[in-house]
Write a protein that binds this ligand. Sequence first.
Ligand SMILES: *Cc1c(COP(=O)(O)O)cnc(C)c1O
Length: 379
Amino acid sequence: MSENEKSRRIYLSSPTMHGEEQRFVAEAFDTNWVAPLGPNVNGFETEMAAYTGCGYAAALSAGTAAIHLGLKLLGVQRGDVVFVSSLTFSASCNPIVYEGAKPVFIDAEPDTWNMSPGALERAFEKYPNPKAVVVVHLYGTPAKLDEIMEICSRHQVPVLEDAAESLGSTYKGVYTGTFGRIGVYSFNGNKIITTSGGGMLVSKEEALVQEARVLSTQARDAARHYQHSKIGYNYRMSNVVAGIGRGQLLHMDAHKALKNKIYYRYKEAFADMDEISMNPMNPDGDANNWLSCITLKEGCRVTPTAVMDALEAENIESRPIWKPMNLQPVFADCDFFNHNADGISVGEDIFNRGLCLPSDIKNTDADMERIIGIIRGLF
Ligand SMILES: *Cc1c(COP(=O)(O)O)cnc(C)c1O
């Protein structure tokens, strides 16, 4: 391998552009649609709705903005309780706090690393009237949606699906993000497709999505002058950014196929090692494999930090598992429901023993061999 090859950084998950993105962006410039509205915004919404079967879609400035507006649309207010997956990125729950509501964290289960239906049931026993339940599909693996949707509908509480990491993943043949009353996608720089930054709020209810569009553009009333009857936000996606999204969406399935190939290459490479397990797949789902993750066997001499350090020494990026929200200093006062009857939670155990491996779809076969060789060399 040349020095040049070696010094090229291997990323966790970096943007992969194809060329069509620039065509849509050039069109925006040529027609002077350089604004938070325009044909690319409308086109991206229509194309996302067609791809996912979500019904209607509102293009926004970030996935976090979409979660925030989603909570508002579900009526979340000061003092309300909102249940949310604990093993996730902070953007899943920060918007709950923006609204003055209280996050109550629900542990993961070991089968999919997503919200534990058992812990969710127990949370309902203590808090019978949460305003909403935010369910995450971690690293692209669909949660146990049948169980979770059944529990939430029995308690008549709406679900907001945080599908920021799981665009393109399906559960029983249906796209994640389309099960909840509201779904959210992210197009941040390292997601499976990206617009540099952006998000989408989706729903089968057109009125909800229309209201999201109104709230995201400062909540103007239908009057000639600037009149406002409620508080709005500046959360709309720009027409330039939406152009990148339209170009990326053309390659969504290709990205998914490549992510899938990375996951199964790792799985095969570590199949003979009882120290290493891959993140689990949901047998009822078809994951986008956004990030491939491993956990190291309990008591293993090699730690996740040692693996990350060994990769970093070779200019290869990896990342810890999201630190669970119930362990975050900022959420120390929030209630938490453990999947296990006692002892360490499932989320904390995965955090302690796991890490995210480089899952960039531009990785070559040689890159994959190198990464695998470095990891195997530690054992
Ligand atoms: C990326 C991400 C978000 C936030 O999306 P942004 O577009 O970065 O605001 C929300 N939830 C999860 C689980 C994410 O991974």
